[in-house]
Design a protein around this ligand. Structure first.
Ligand SMILES: [Zn+2]
Length: 42
């Protein structure tokens, strides 16, 4: 998961493009998917 620093949209698909699909910014913050897995953990 990546978070755009410009419009703060969160995107999970970074395969085809490295640009933000909302504002075109190319700088992202890298988020940890581990936090989400922790919620699903039994
Ligand atoms: Zn953006």
């Amino acid at each position: 998961m990546y978070k755009c620093i410009a419009c703060k949209k969160i995107t999970t698909k970074m395969e085809d493009t490295v640009r933000c699909s909302y504002c075109g910014q190319r700088v992202f913050l890298k988020l940890r998917p581990e936090i989400i897995k922790r919620v699903v953990a039994r």
